[in-house]
Design a protein around this ligand. Structure first.
Ligand code: GLN
Length: 495
């Protein structure tokens, strides 16, 4: 058995049955990383020795659990007591966390083996991984293209089989967008489902940890382990996690017939490429053939999603990133203050000027402006009121349907550099994903098939959105689709 060419659950079972040892599985992944990471730049840091030590503990029976021996990777914004947590920023380069994030800890407590930290847009701001201080990550389907972002290292690692599953964070689409354009499953749970303790904050009211995997069942198992109240995060929800969450083939609870919602706001003429439309229509046909009723729902405030998100997210980021001043946290300049200048002010300004990249600075400036006296009503308060309207759209829609089916992105992966000079166009990448974060609801992107450009197959995704805390149903509805397709089984050729 090649442990790198399977699913997380199958590998877990093979390790449990001793068909393969955890050490051999870990070594196989580390070899594969060694071979391909140079070209793909998926991992920002590999912690191979640590991983092998953990795997050995699984093989001796010292470490057991529902994920015993399964090699995974985590996004570089999740604190881990081993190695560094850099958020792919010069600001936190060499930062060593004294503790491990709750979500990661829960996976490790069930025996998962962490291989390393995956590259990302600096502080999770971006849609392409081009904003990393450690170089861009490549899309394994076409290395001239981006893997999406901000969790692009994690989506790349998943698509190229450099881990059996990876963790990402999704503030406005950073799991679902990269998943869709690298051909893997990307799952963002309800806000508050997974503890944010140890997740470096970008926009605290939107940030949510979730998973990349090849299958819905793998996402469900990881969720079953990670979900649930954590006393270290007061915003984690005290809502019971159903025992059967991992059972994605179970019966779907409905009031009679399964109802799939579609919204015209996601299907405007000319907005989506033909491959995205085809993927959406195929998914629709699959649900129809399974006996689902298709209902039209209205999400009238969708168009305000991007402006609303970019006010709320930047406002929160300007406040969250204030701690990186070279004193409390982060890079400290070695440049002395010029004569006559306030030394402390110089230290902080210069440290921030050197430590942050251009996009992070842009966001801090935008957010500070949106919160500044005299403008807060015009921007921030208005954005909060808009956010409520967007959430209200979903409340109404979920009275009419069990899940909403829509594209994840308007097209396949774009070329590296293609949008680098146009931040607004880059922000538009999130048009179908930000509203779920604003409303706090769960969303999942599923492999939906392929576009073909320049002789290269490029994945596109389909997205399902569900009711808050109703992940069990959402995952089962997702599985219904997955069962009827083989897109998820396709793998890129990596050289
Ligand atoms: N692309 C979005 C942004 O740049 C979303 C990022 C995210 O979800 N972390 O803010």
């Amino acid at each position: 058995m090649d442990p790198t060419q399977t699913t997380l659950i199958d590998l877990r079972d093979a390790i449990a049955a001793k068909t393969i040892s955890a050490a051999d599985a870990t070594r196989a992944y580390l070899d594969r990383i060694d071979k391909h990471n140079g070209a793909l730049n998926s991992y920002r840091e590999v912690i191979g020795e640590y991983a092998l030590k953990r795997a050995a503990q699984v093989d001796t029976g010292e470490v057991t659990g529902r994920l015993a021996g399964v090699p995974i990777a985590i996004k570089d914004c999740m604190c881990h007591a081993e190695g560094t947590t850099a958020c792919s920023s010069k600001m936190l380069e060499n930062y060593r966390s004294p503790f491990t994030a709750t979500a990661v800890q829960r996976l490790e407590d069930e025996g998962a083996v962490v291989l390393g930290k995956t590259n990302m847009d600096e502080f999770a701001m971006g849609s392409s991984t081009e904003n990393s201080a450690f170089g861009v990550t490549k899309n394994p389907w076409d290395t001239a293209r981006v893997p999406g972002g901000s969790s692009g290292g994690a989506s790349c690692a998943m698509a190229a089989d450099l881990a059996a599953a990876t963790l990402g964070s999704d503030t406005g689409g950073s799991i679902r967008q990269p998943a869709s354009i690298t051909g893997v499953v990307g799952f963002k749970p309800t806000y508050g489902r997974v503890s944010r303790w140890g997740l470096v904050a970008f926009a605290s009211s939107l940030d949510q940890i979730g998973t990349f995997s090849h299958t819905v069942a793998d996402a469900a198992l990881l969720s079953q382990v990670m979900f649930g109240k954590d006393k270290l995060d007061s915003t984690s929800a005290d809502v019971a996690v159903p025992d059967g969450l991992h059972d994605v083939d179970g019966a779907i609870e409905t009031d009679g017939q399964l109802r799939i919602g579609i919204a015209k706001q996601y299907l405007q003429d000319g907005a989506n490429t033909p491959a995205v439309t085809a993927a959406f229509e195929q998914a629709l046909d699959i649900y129809k053939s399974q006996g689902a009723e298709i209902v039209e729902v209205d999400l009238p405030h969708t168009a305000y999603g991007i402006p609303c998100y970019y006010i709320v997210a930047t406002a929160e980021c300007s406040s969250n990133l204030a701690r990186y001043d070279g004193v409390h946290y982060g890079h400290r300049t070695s440049e002395p203050a010029p004569a006559g200048e306030n030394a402390i002010q110089h230290l902080m300004c210069q440290s921030r000027a050197e430590g942050f990249g251009a996009e992070v600075k842009r966001r801090i400036v935008l957010g500070t402006y949106a919160l500044s006296s005299g403008y807060d009503e015009k921007y921030y308060d208005l954005a909060l009121r808009t956010r409520r309207l967007i959430a209200g759209d979903f409340d109404t829609a979920f009275k009419q349907c069990d899940a909403i089916l829509c594209p994840t992105t308007t097209g396949p992966a774009f070329r590296i550099g293609e949008m680098a000079d146009d931040p607004l166009e880059m922000y538009m990448n999130d048009i179908y994903t930000v509203t779920a974060n604003l409303a706090g609801i769960p969303g999942i992107s599923l492999p939906g098939g392929f576009d073909e450009i320049d002789g290269k197959k490029l994945p596109v995704g389909v997205q399902l959105l569900g009711k808050a805390f109703d992940e069990a149903r959402l995952l089962r509805i997702a599985r219904l689709y997955e069962r009827e397709t083989d897109h998820w089984q396709q793998r890129p050729m990596v050289h």
